[in-house]
Design a protein around this ligand. Sequence first.
Ligand SMILES: [Zn+2]
Length: 142
Amino acid sequence: MIRYQLQCDKSHSFDSWFRDSAAYDSLSATGAVSCPVCGSATVEKQLMAPAIGKSAAKTDDAPSQAMALAGEQLRQLRELRRQIEANADYVGPAFAEEARKIHYGETDSRNIYGETSAEDARELHEEGIEFAAIPWVPTAKN
Ligand SMILES: [Zn+2]
């Protein structure tokens, strides 16, 4: 998965995760990527942070600051985030390094998620290292 930090034409910043950069490109080209605050489909990438993750877990629901997202979409995205957090190791800014080690068999194969620069993400992509992205919604805190 790959995480993009996006900004709409009204300067609202938000994060979105996509399966890969091509998925972002095609969604964005059809106007399917829109600002959760104002709904504008004119959005641009800022930074990105990819993650590798697999899913399997169940989640609950809870409110959060991202109420501007459509409820069902938010619920699904939050569930996806929880699945990733439950099934992948968070490696933070070391994502690119860890993804390479896994790809080249230098460490145990496992699911990871984290953050990296746009440049590192592009290099990973060029090396054929798979990652994808989903909208990374805030978790709910009670
Ligand atoms: Zn906006």
